[in-house]
Write a protein that binds this ligand. Sequence first.
Ligand code: 4NP
Length: 158
Amino acid sequence: MRILFVCLGNICRSPTAEVVFRAVASREAPDIVLEIDSAGTAGYHVGELPDRRTRQAAARRGYDLSALRARVVEPRDFEYFDLILAMDRENLRALERRSPQHARERLRLFLDFAPETGVSEVPDPYYGGPNGFEDVLDLIEAASRGLLAHLRRKSQAA
Ligand code: 4NP
């Protein structure tokens, strides 16, 4: 199973999702073989480390984002990944515009896997205050647990 997380810049939300989901999956479902990556729909920050505020907030919860570098979504991503999870509707629409028809069913909002939060989009924290980065982590941790439960049900059904 190959999963790609997507936001706008690939320096705040989607790298956080990549590392948090990888940690949750390896801790709670080491039996499920996963390939996890992240990318942005915009190229403003290509090659950069995740945002310092994102790295610091993640580090306080034990997640290390220092190995990641930003990249943009590429045409081959639509062929390679089984599930492409957007952080918000704007990025989901950007993916839909670029996706070949046959890959459209691979596109979802990440927070579809966290209905209990009552929130459907991970808000962009880039221009906001420090609480934004904590909110991003809370939502991503919740959706990571939900996504893992979904994958476990799928692997048991297979
Ligand atoms: P991200 O956050 O999409 O969660 O990585 C942003 C990063 C950069 C910008 C916007 C959002 N920017 O406008 O440069």
